[in-house]
Write a protein that binds this ligand. Structure first.
Ligand SMILES: [Zn+2]
Length: 354
């Protein structure tokens, strides 16, 4: 704990020093030309640095962006998001995902390209993200789980988070493989939220629904609750689309695609694409896998995404993306640094290594 505090203070000190004397631009330019030298097996190799072989595109990932305390999935604060976007607008070339993929295929990727993505379609994307992007003249790609757009619906993982944050029950006995959760402290509730979501994501669709029902009973809260202010509505989506924000599909109900039937996977992917295309009167060519971890994707699902007409699909696996990589398993990365200098230095370190 103490060591990590010292490390993070040291990192902040270095970042402020580097940012303060204007060296971030130089570092960013250098990282555009140089990359970490590694062996085939991925081990760092002397002299540690080599000329960049291929340009790559980091795709940064966010969900909700808000300063309000939320009973749902944790959000990024507005100031943190603004400082990240300020850095990307100042030092990088921000592309929307579809544009980045086209340019990768055409071997025409600009130097220091980056893509900003936001998953699920939270209404705070309209309230807080959209004004920041507009002010900085940059774009982003928002992935919509279309079943909850404009109807007060709440995705299953947000229902679970709400149950845990609103319950007055002080502890939860055995749930999944964990023997019990203490819900008396914010830390305990956060631990419970992470563990319970992890367990629920591993279950088949229908079994998961049964467990969510069981959880609601144990926590003495309603199983579902609507919230009209949580997700975007189509009018807000259209307004952002006309202003240059791009939208991709993220299924209808946010199932874990490896835990549901083949027919249901096709239905979820196809229906989310058609819903957005109908509302925006244009083609939707980008897709984001719900949850998006290694275990949430397989070759059959990737094939369905390809056959349904998408040009690419993003995961939540960490890494950057090169022209030669699989466009149906693109990597993304999340950052939590509060200030622009620390974000900038960490972002450049990631670009150098990834
Ligand atoms: Zn999602």
């Amino acid at each position: 704990m103490l060591l990590s505090k010292i490390k993070s203070r040291g990192f902040k000190f270095c970042a402020d020093l580097i940012g303060g004397v204007g060296l971030l631009r130089l570092i960013s330019l250098l990282v555009g030309r140089l990359e970490q030298r590694t062996t085939e097996a991925g081990h760092i190799q002397f002299p540690f640095v080599q000329k960049r072989v291929q340009r790559s595109v980091p795709i940064v990932l966010y969900h909700g962006v808000s300063n309000e305390p939320s009973p749902y999935l944790p959000t990024t604060s507005v100031d943190v998001f603004r400082s990240h976007m300020q850095y990307l607008a100042d030092y990088c070339h921000v592309l929307d995902l579809q544009d980045a993929v086209e340019r990768m295929k055409a071997h025409d990727l600009p130097d220091r390209a980056v893509v900003v993505t936001l998953d699920d379609g939270y209404r705070d994307n309209y309230l807080h993200v959209f004004p920041i992007l507009t002010q900085l003249s940059i774009t982003a790609t928002i992935f919509l789980a279309t079943g909850v757009i404009g109807n007060g619906g709440v995705l299953w993982h947000d229902q679970v988070c709400r149950m845990i944050s609103q319950t007055t029950v002080r502890s939860l006995r055995k749930f999944g493989s964990v023997d019990g959760y203490n819900l008396e402290t914010p830390g305990g509730r956060q631990h419970a939220q992470e563990g319970i979501l992890w367990f629920l994501r591993s279950l088949q669709d229908e079994v998961r629904s049964e467990h969510i029902l069981l959880l609601a009973r144990e926590l003495e809260v309603p199983e579902t609750a609507s919230d009209v202010g949580l997700m975007l509505n189509w009018q807000e989506v259209r307004e952002m689309h006309h202003a240059g924000i791009r939208f991709g599909a993220h299924t209808v109900t946010h199932p874990i695609l490896t835990r549901t039937s083949h027919e249901h996977v096709v239905q979820e992917i196809r229906q989310s694409k058609t819903a957005i295309e109908r509302e925006l009167d244009g083609e939707v060519l980008t897709f984001a896998y719900p949850s998006g971890r290694d275990q949430d994707i397989n070759p059959v699902i990737k094939d369905i995404v390809r056959q349904e007409g998408f040009r690419c699909a993003v995961s939540t696996m960490a890494g950057s993306n090169r022209e030669t990589d699989d466009m149906y398993e693109m990597k993304r990365v999340g950052f939590w640094d509060r200030e622009m200098n620390t974000f900038g230095l960490r972002f450049e370190h990631f670009r150098f290594c990834a």
